[in-house]
Ligand binder design. Structure first.
Ligand code: GRF
Length: 202
Protein backbone atom coordinates (compact mmCIF):
# COMPACT_ATOMS: atom_id res chain seq x y z
CA UNK A 1 0.00 0.00 0.00
CA UNK A 2 1.17 3.47 -0.87
CA UNK A 3 1.49 5.55 2.23
CA UNK A 4 1.25 9.24 1.47
CA UNK A 5 4.22 11.15 2.79
CA UNK A 6 3.27 14.29 4.63
CA UNK A 7 5.20 17.21 3.22
CA UNK A 8 4.28 20.44 4.95
CA UNK A 9 4.49 23.37 2.59
CA UNK A 10 6.84 25.52 4.62
CA UNK A 11 7.77 28.75 2.95
CA UNK A 12 11.38 29.72 3.40
CA UNK A 13 12.05 33.02 5.15
CA UNK A 14 13.85 35.34 2.79
CA UNK A 15 16.28 37.75 4.43
CA UNK A 16 17.94 40.90 3.06
CA UNK A 17 21.06 42.26 4.72
CA UNK A 18 21.70 46.00 4.57
CA UNK A 19 25.34 47.01 5.05
CA UNK A 20 27.45 50.05 4.23
CA UNK A 21 30.90 48.83 5.24
CA UNK A 22 33.32 45.96 5.19
CA UNK A 23 30.57 43.45 5.84
CA UNK A 24 32.14 41.06 8.32
CA UNK A 25 28.73 40.53 9.96
CA UNK A 26 27.05 40.02 6.59
CA UNK A 27 29.67 37.39 5.77
CA UNK A 28 28.98 35.66 9.05
CA UNK A 29 25.26 35.54 8.27
CA UNK A 30 25.89 34.11 4.81
CA UNK A 31 28.04 31.32 6.25
CA UNK A 32 25.74 30.65 9.19
CA UNK A 33 22.60 30.26 7.06
CA UNK A 34 24.24 28.60 4.04
CA UNK A 35 22.77 25.18 4.76
CA UNK A 36 19.62 26.33 6.48
CA UNK A 37 16.54 25.08 4.62
CA UNK A 38 14.14 27.55 6.26
CA UNK A 39 16.06 30.82 6.29
CA UNK A 40 17.84 32.17 3.22
CA UNK A 41 20.04 35.24 2.78
CA UNK A 42 18.74 36.27 -0.61
CA UNK A 43 19.84 39.87 -1.01
CA UNK A 44 22.67 42.17 0.05
CA UNK A 45 21.75 45.84 0.01
CA UNK A 46 24.17 48.75 0.23
CA UNK A 47 24.16 52.51 -0.15
CA UNK A 48 27.79 52.45 -1.28
CA UNK A 49 28.80 51.03 -4.63
CA UNK A 50 32.34 50.38 -3.32
CA UNK A 51 31.35 48.68 -0.04
CA UNK A 52 33.41 45.60 0.82
CA UNK A 53 30.21 43.73 1.49
CA UNK A 54 29.46 43.77 -2.25
CA UNK A 55 32.51 41.71 -3.13
CA UNK A 56 31.54 39.23 -0.42
CA UNK A 57 28.08 39.00 -2.03
CA UNK A 58 29.63 38.54 -5.47
CA UNK A 59 31.86 35.72 -4.21
CA UNK A 60 28.85 34.06 -2.62
CA UNK A 61 26.67 34.65 -5.69
CA UNK A 62 24.06 36.55 -3.73
CA UNK A 63 22.18 39.28 -5.61
CA UNK A 64 22.90 42.86 -4.60
CA UNK A 65 21.02 46.12 -4.64
CA UNK A 66 22.70 49.54 -4.56
CA UNK A 67 20.37 52.11 -3.11
CA UNK A 68 19.79 55.44 -4.73
CA UNK A 69 19.45 58.04 -1.97
CA UNK A 70 16.38 59.96 -3.21
CA UNK A 71 14.41 56.84 -3.91
CA UNK A 72 15.38 55.31 -0.57
CA UNK A 73 14.13 58.28 1.41
CA UNK A 74 11.01 58.48 -0.76
CA UNK A 75 9.64 54.94 -0.60
CA UNK A 76 12.37 52.88 1.10
CA UNK A 77 12.29 50.46 -1.86
CA UNK A 78 9.49 48.81 0.13
CA UNK A 79 7.42 47.70 -2.86
CA UNK A 80 10.51 46.47 -4.67
CA UNK A 81 11.73 44.45 -1.68
CA UNK A 82 8.25 42.96 -1.26
CA UNK A 83 8.17 42.07 -4.95
CA UNK A 84 11.41 40.12 -4.41
CA UNK A 85 9.71 38.22 -1.61
CA UNK A 86 11.89 39.63 1.16
CA UNK A 87 10.38 38.83 4.59
CA UNK A 88 12.93 40.19 7.02
CA UNK A 89 15.71 42.80 7.06
CA UNK A 90 18.97 42.62 8.99
CA UNK A 91 20.99 45.82 9.32
CA UNK A 92 24.69 45.13 9.74
CA UNK A 93 26.64 48.36 9.70
CA UNK A 94 24.06 50.23 7.64
CA UNK A 95 24.30 53.95 8.31
CA UNK A 96 21.19 55.53 6.82
CA UNK A 97 18.05 56.05 8.87
CA UNK A 98 15.29 53.66 7.85
CA UNK A 99 12.45 55.66 6.23
CA UNK A 100 8.84 55.30 7.34
CA UNK A 101 7.53 53.45 4.24
CA UNK A 102 10.04 50.67 4.90
CA UNK A 103 9.18 50.50 8.61
CA UNK A 104 5.49 50.30 7.72
CA UNK A 105 6.06 47.57 5.13
CA UNK A 106 8.23 45.52 7.55
CA UNK A 107 6.72 46.02 11.02
CA UNK A 108 8.98 44.47 13.67
CA UNK A 109 10.83 42.79 10.84
CA UNK A 110 13.92 44.97 10.77
CA UNK A 111 16.71 44.45 13.29
CA UNK A 112 20.03 46.16 13.91
CA UNK A 113 23.16 45.53 15.90
CA UNK A 114 24.90 48.25 17.87
CA UNK A 115 28.49 47.95 19.14
CA UNK A 116 27.73 49.06 22.72
CA UNK A 117 25.20 48.61 25.48
CA UNK A 118 22.19 50.69 24.47
CA UNK A 119 20.53 52.93 25.52
CA UNK A 120 23.95 54.49 26.17
CA UNK A 121 26.31 55.38 23.35
CA UNK A 122 23.70 55.32 20.59
CA UNK A 123 22.14 57.91 18.31
CA UNK A 124 23.26 59.96 15.36
CA UNK A 125 27.01 59.89 14.75
CA UNK A 126 27.51 57.00 17.15
CA UNK A 127 29.08 54.42 14.91
CA UNK A 128 32.51 52.89 14.38
CA UNK A 129 35.32 53.98 16.69
CA UNK A 130 33.34 56.98 17.99
CA UNK A 131 31.25 54.57 20.07
CA UNK A 132 34.27 52.91 21.67
CA UNK A 133 36.01 56.24 22.26
CA UNK A 134 32.92 57.48 24.10
CA UNK A 135 32.83 54.32 26.23
CA UNK A 136 36.50 54.81 27.15
CA UNK A 137 36.09 58.53 27.82
CA UNK A 138 33.27 57.76 30.26
CA UNK A 139 35.52 55.20 32.02
CA UNK A 140 32.88 52.52 31.71
CA UNK A 141 33.61 49.21 33.35
CA UNK A 142 31.65 47.24 30.76
CA UNK A 143 30.75 47.33 27.12
CA UNK A 144 29.11 44.87 24.76
CA UNK A 145 26.65 44.46 21.92
CA UNK A 146 22.95 45.22 21.54
CA UNK A 147 20.59 43.63 19.02
CA UNK A 148 17.36 45.61 18.71
CA UNK A 149 14.33 46.25 16.55
CA UNK A 150 14.55 49.26 14.30
CA UNK A 151 12.17 52.19 14.62
CA UNK A 152 12.09 55.77 13.36
CA UNK A 153 14.99 56.90 15.57
CA UNK A 154 18.63 55.81 15.52
CA UNK A 155 19.41 52.95 17.95
CA UNK A 156 16.09 53.36 19.72
CA UNK A 157 13.89 50.31 19.06
CA UNK A 158 13.08 47.55 21.53
CA UNK A 159 16.11 45.64 22.75
CA UNK A 160 16.13 41.95 21.82
CA UNK A 161 19.50 40.83 23.18
CA UNK A 162 22.62 42.16 24.88
CA UNK A 163 25.95 40.60 25.73
CA UNK A 164 28.45 42.30 28.01
CA UNK A 165 32.14 42.04 28.73
CA UNK A 166 34.36 43.78 31.26
CA UNK A 167 36.87 46.31 30.05
CA UNK A 168 40.50 45.50 30.75
CA UNK A 169 43.23 47.93 31.75
CA UNK A 170 44.81 49.65 28.73
CA UNK A 171 41.78 48.98 26.59
CA UNK A 172 41.75 51.04 23.36
CA UNK A 173 39.07 51.84 20.79
CA UNK A 174 40.75 49.27 18.54
CA UNK A 175 40.79 46.52 21.17
CA UNK A 176 37.14 47.24 22.00
CA UNK A 177 36.20 47.13 18.34
CA UNK A 178 37.86 43.74 17.98
CA UNK A 179 36.13 42.30 21.06
CA UNK A 180 32.78 43.67 19.95
CA UNK A 181 33.15 42.25 16.45
CA UNK A 182 33.95 38.88 17.95
CA UNK A 183 30.75 38.94 20.01
CA UNK A 184 28.70 40.20 17.08
CA UNK A 185 29.84 37.35 14.87
CA UNK A 186 29.18 34.81 17.61
CA UNK A 187 25.66 36.02 18.46
CA UNK A 188 23.98 38.08 15.74
CA UNK A 189 23.09 35.27 13.28
CA UNK A 190 22.11 32.93 16.14
CA UNK A 191 19.79 35.48 17.72
CA UNK A 192 18.15 36.27 14.37
CA UNK A 193 17.64 32.56 13.75
CA UNK A 194 15.96 32.21 17.16
CA UNK A 195 13.76 35.19 16.46
CA UNK A 196 12.69 33.95 13.05
CA UNK A 197 11.98 30.44 14.26
CA UNK A 198 9.93 31.78 17.16
CA UNK A 199 7.82 34.03 14.90
CA UNK A 200 7.46 31.59 12.02
CA UNK A 201 4.87 33.89 10.49
CA UNK A 202 7.26 36.76 9.75
C1 GRF B 1 29.39 46.53 13.56
O1 GRF B 1 30.30 46.75 14.57
C2 GRF B 1 27.99 46.86 14.02
O2 GRF B 1 27.83 46.85 15.39
C3 GRF B 1 27.79 48.26 13.52
O3 GRF B 1 28.52 48.35 12.35
C4 GRF B 1 29.61 47.44 12.37
C5 GRF B 1 29.63 46.71 11.07
O4 GRF B 1 30.77 45.93 10.91
N1 GRF B 1 26.36 48.53 13.40
P1 GRF B 1 30.93 44.97 9.66
O5 GRF B 1 30.82 45.83 8.40
O6 GRF B 1 29.88 43.94 9.72
O7 GRF B 1 32.30 44.39 9.81
Amino acid sequence: MNKEVFKPNIKTISVAIFASGQGSNAKQFIHFFRNNSKIKINLIVSNKSQAGVLSIAANEQIPTLILEKNKFFEDGYATYLKSLGIDFIVLAGFLWMIPEPLLVAFPNKIVNIHPALLPRYGGKGMYGKAVHQAVLAAEEKESGITIHYVDEKYDNGQIIFQKKFRLQKNETAESLEEKVHHLEHAFYPKIVEKLLMKNQKV
